[in-house]
Design a binder for this molecule. Structure first.
Ligand SMILES: *Cc1c(COP(=O)(O)O)cnc(C)c1O
Length: 401
């Protein structure tokens, strides 16, 4: 056995941290230690016969980077190993991952059941574009298993959920929904952006597909857009087929950034979670804070479920200040350190007013149903010293109480 084969063998029983730094790496003839970035759109063949064989698929090998690229492949292999899936498929963004599963598995007349509190662009994609091709969507309360069941029709082909939800930290029961989905021959896709495989493993809980925006915690430093779909070989091959024809594949440069991001993902997720936990506990004690929404708090109504299916609670929390929009804006505008942006999953803490930004498109009734008041602030807690984050919020909160 070659040394490379021996290493591949050893990785079969390796733990998450070992997979994070070693899984999927293939060295070139140069013997580079770090993963190489293959910035090439196409590949050369040994002969006309070799070209014919590779095009036909008789001989494995690269043809064109919309189909395969060695750096993208390394990212896919590493993510699949960490997630515990047979195969991962990389996409140009998180939205491209969501589009690609819709295109791979749905046709006119089919029906989706989706949790109400999903990422805003997901709602637009389903309501405006998928609907145009005859695919309809019913939105349900993430937490309400009976509601999911009641929404099923004979045409339902896909359950789509995001847990924990943004910004309210609601938790969906992945195992419960997986059982329901299986009973009705429905695919369950879980958007795992907020926890990542470092904290939550939807496939092990029975989900069919895991969806990523790699733009968030997998990058972790806010540099690149990308996404992925993870699942068994048969399902992900359907996604591969769509991507090769339609083209929203991942660039090798971005794949290289994400590949290196995976190496520190667990360490970062635990640090984000620890910082968020401390900040949530601190916020709960501030007189100007009415309520804190974070599944890590024992007072969270779904704390037990979160604890059961996650190993920690992630970096995103929300809180309500006493008062309304004016008071919330005051707290946001009084910060100096935090970045005032809607992005999340970054080493730098971000702060945003959901009611007038990320959830500004919703009607007042929809916002009220989602519990997103004018006094709500969302924080995606970064990796700074938590004392500095507290001081940054104290400046505005102190003036309110
Ligand atoms: C950002 C995000 C997406 C979309 O990902 P992009 O990479 O921005 O296309 C999807 N789902 C969730 C939960 C997200 O946070």
């Amino acid at each position: 056995m070659s040394r490379e084969d021996e290493q591949r063998q050893a990785l079969k029983t390796a733990g998450l941290d070992t997979l994070a730094v070693r899984a999927g790496q293939v060295r070139s003839a140069e013997g580079e230690h770090a993963e190489a970035m293959f910035l090439t759109s196409s590949y050369v063949f040994d002969s006309a016969a070799d070209a014919a064989a590779r095009f036909k698929g008789d001989v494995p090998g690269n043809v064109y980077s919309r189909y395969t690229n060695p750096t993208v492949r390394m990212f896919e292999e590493r993510l699949a190993a960490m997630e515990g899936g047979e195969q991962a498929v990389a996409t140009s963004s998180g939205m491209a991952a969501i589009l690609s599963i819709c295109m791979a598995f749905l046709k006119a007349g089919d029906h989706i059941v989706c949790s109400r509190s999903v990422f805003g662009s997901t709602t637009v994609l389903l309501n405006k574009y998928l609907a145009r091709f005859g695919v309809t969507t019913t939105y349900v309360d993430l937490k309400d298993l009976a509601g999911w069941k009641a929404a099923i029709t004979p045409a339902t082909k896909l359950f789509f959920m995001e847990t924990p939800s943004n910004p309210m930290s609601e938790i969906g029961d992945i195992a419960g929904l997986a059982t329901l989905a299986k009973q009705h021959n429905i695919l369950l896709a879980v958007d795992n952006c907020f926890c990542t495989c470092a904290l939550q493993k939807p496939l092990a809980l029975g989900a069919d597909l895991v969806i990523y925006s790699a733009t968030k915690y997998i990058d972790g430093q806010g540099r690149c857009l990308g996404g992925a779909v993870v699942g068994n070989k048969a399902l992900t091959e359907e996604v591969v087929g769509f991507l090769r024809s339609a083209g929203p594949t991942m660039s090798p440069f971005n794949a290289w950034v994400f590949l290196k991001g995976l190496e520190t993902l667990r360490l970062r997720m635990e640090a984000h979670s620890a910082n968020a936990m401390r900040l949530a506990e601190w916020l709960q004690q501030q007189p100007a804070v009415e309520r804190v929404h974070y599944a890590g708090l024992p007072s969270h109504p779904q704390h037990a479920l979160a604890k059961q299916q996650q190993s920690a609670f992630g970096g995103v929390l929300a809180f309500e200040v006493k008062g309304g929009r004016e008071q919330a804006w005051h707290v946001i505008d009084s910060t100096r350190l935090m970045s005032l942006t809607a992005n999340l999953g970054d080493a730098k803490t971000t702060i945003v007013h959901p009611a007038t930004t990320t959830h500004g498109r919703l009607s007042d009734e929809e916002r009220a149903a989602a519990g997103i008041g004018q006094n709500l602030i969302r924080i995606a807690v970064g990796l700074e010293s938590v004392e500095d984050l507290e001081a940054d919020l104290q400046r505005g909160l102190g003036a309110l109480s």
